[in-house]
Ligand binder design. Structure first.
Ligand code: ZN
Length: 187
């Protein structure tokens, strides 16, 4: 539910920043069956659906997409992303450097295959890997964006000591009569 909402919110913004930037497309089944590989770099600003989750869109992410077929004959693509992005600390609302390291495998299925998974209900949770629709014109950056969104922590905060608000909270606590009392009791 939350995820679907994130995507819907993102969709409205998707059209702003997508000019003049080469966006790779792959025929996902063909890519997997031929064991192909694609790698590149993408500025975070080219992934505008991340905007709501990030404090700012600075940074560059490196990615590798690989294709293959598993022992059961199911084609897959694997995505690796690494780099840094700037989350928003939920305590002080300032920027929080987040090292992004993402490795995931997605199984490619046709619509009938996906429907079958759906019909099995809870079966989806037992599966080791998520499945996506095999797309002859797969927008690689859209897929990366989606996987990155799913991987971001929900309520990130600075470590105590690194967070400005937390520091002032700590300072206030030390001066409060209760804190003084507690110290007296301890000694
Ligand atoms: Zn903070």
């Amino acid at each position: 539910m939350t995820i679907a909402m994130t995507f819907d919110r993102g969709r409205r913004k998707i059209y702003h920043a997508r000019l003049m930037y080469a966006r790779p497309f792959i025929d996902s089944l063909d890519f997997a069956r031929n064991g192909q590989q694609l790698s590149g770099e993408v500025p975070v600003v080219e992934l505008p659906r991340l905007l709501d989750e990030l404090e700012n869109l600075s940074g560059i992410l490196r990615y590798v997409v690989r294709g293959g077929v598993d022992k059961q004959g199911i084609p897959w693509i694997e995505i690796s992303v690494d780099g840094h992005c700037q989350l928003r600390c939920q305590r002080c609302m300032n920027s929080l450097d987040f090292p992004l390291q993402l490795d995931t495998r997605l199984l490619l299925r046709d619509q009938a295959g996906l429907d079958e998974l759906d019909d099995n209900g809870a079966g989806g949770d037992e599966e080791e890997f998520d499945s996506i629709l095999a797309d002859p014109h797969l927008n690689v950056l859209d897929l990366l964006e989606e996987e990155i969104l799913l991987s971001l922590p929900i309520a990130s905060k600075h470590e105590l000591g690194a967070c400005q608000v937390a520091d002032s909270e700590n300072a206030a606590e030390e001066k409060s009569p209760f804190a003084v009392l507690a110290k007296l009791k301890r000694s």
